[in-house]
Design a protein around this ligand. Structure first.
Ligand SMILES: [Zn+2]
Length: 369
């Protein structure tokens, strides 16, 4: 099984190199817009005919090198494919920010694992990079895909899709089980084979979500073109923020656990909607989307750490006694955050019950082989 993640590597540039990169990114951007105009008029998305029609102009008028013309065509074709898939109609693609897509071992390569060599209009530049935390991508187990050069607040980053072949551990190799309960008051509550519970508070997330919600509501009522634009921009910002939170939560979760861990999560498809767990006033679309996104991120990171994720039936996970199996909704006193089993009298903080039950389901999953 292959897993691909994006490594964001900051490269270090001298003023002269900076000028070469800026120029290349700007010309690349202009060339993309030129090709975009041609494709928009002709609706032609075939590499060969585009190459025949545009190659000379891209070389002579824009001064692109042969390899870069290929990259430009690929970039614009890909953008139109995405537009057609999402919007179902021809909308002219605009390339607003300077950019540059680089094909591995053609437009960029790695010299002795120490320097990135990038093709620019001024020839090759060799750039050191910040490697802290990135070492694992260079251990030989990853292959590199087409990278994007990005200028963010004056710093240059290569966004490199790195792919590793991973093998899921089989049941006999599992050394640790972690029940992971997703929620609102706690982004996750966990319970593991050492009988330790863990909680990641959701309080700040809740506040920030509420802020976004208020902002969205305000803008929705205005109904002007500019408010609609802002609404879209804010939606995208909220998305990025949420993904960043999920990235941090999943990273910490996977790093805190050894290799060969089995993470047990509720199957979101089994809950009529993920929001069923969420109190009425907290229900909005972004919650279920965020649950799903978090799961994807845990899954990726677990695989890269020789661990795996299973989904289990979510029914009764918050009402069932993890000690005796008795199911009764009144066992749970939500106001006092207390779980007190009506069957055996077992008492615990109610927020860990879900995670404990998921943990137990992980044990029986392995027991079944
Ligand atoms: Zn009980």
């Amino acid at each position: 099984m292959n897993v691909t993640v994006t490594a964001k590597l900051q490269v270090i540039v001298t003023p002269k190199q900076r000028a070469a990169l800026d120029q290349t990114m700007e010309v690349y951007r202009q060339a993309c817009n030129y090709v975009s105009g041609h494709i928009f008029e002709t609706h032609d998305l075939k590499m060969i005919s585009l190459h025949n029609a545009l190659y000379r102009i891209l070389r002579e008028q824009f001064g692109l090198k042969a390899q870069m013309t290929q990259s430009v065509l690929k970039t614009v074709i890909a953008r139109y494919r995405t537009i057609l898939e999402n919007q179902k109609e021809w909308i002219r693609a605009k390339f607003v920010r300077p950019q540059y897509d680089l094909v591995w071992n053609r437009d960029y390569s790695l010299l002795k694992g120490e320097l990135f060599s990038l093709n620019t209009l001024e020839g090759r530049v060799k750039l050191p990079y910040h490697s802290e935390g990135m070492e694992k991508y260079f251990d030989g187990n990853y292959s590199f895909g087409t990278a994007k050069l990005v200028n963010k607040h004056g710093k240059y980053y290569l966004h490199v899709p790195v792919t590793a072949e991973v093998r899921e551990p089989d049941g006999s190799e599992i050394k640790n089980i972690v029940g992971v309960d997703r929620g609102i008051n706690f982004i996750i509550a966990t319970y593991d084979s050492d009988h330790k519970s863990g909680f990641v508070s959701g309080r700040k997330i809740k506040q920030k979500r509420a802020e976004y919600k208020r902002l969205r509501k305000e803008l929705q009522m205005r109904k002007t073109p500019s408010s609609r634009r802002r609404l879209k921009a804010i939606g995208e910002r909220e998305n990025r923020w949420m993904q960043d939170v999920n990235h941090c939560v999943s990273k910490a979760l996977v790093n805190q656990n050894p290799k060969h861990t089995l993470f047990v999560l509720e199957d979101l498809k089994g809950i009529r909607s993920a929001t069923e767990k969420v109190r009425q006033k907290d229900r909005y679309v972004s919650v279920s989307w965020s649950f799903f996104d978090l799961e994807q991120k845990i899954r990726y990171k677990a695989l890269l750490n020789e661990s795996s994720v299973i989904n289990v039936d979510p029914r009764n996970t918050s009402q069932k006694c993890p000690k005796c199996g008795w199911i009764e909704s009144s066992s749970r006193d939500k106001k006092r955050h207390l779980f007190c089993c009506k069957g055996c009298g077992y008492r615990s903080n109610d927020d860990r019950i879900g995670a404990m039950n998921l943990y137990r389901m992980g044990i029986s999953y392995l027991g079944r082989g």
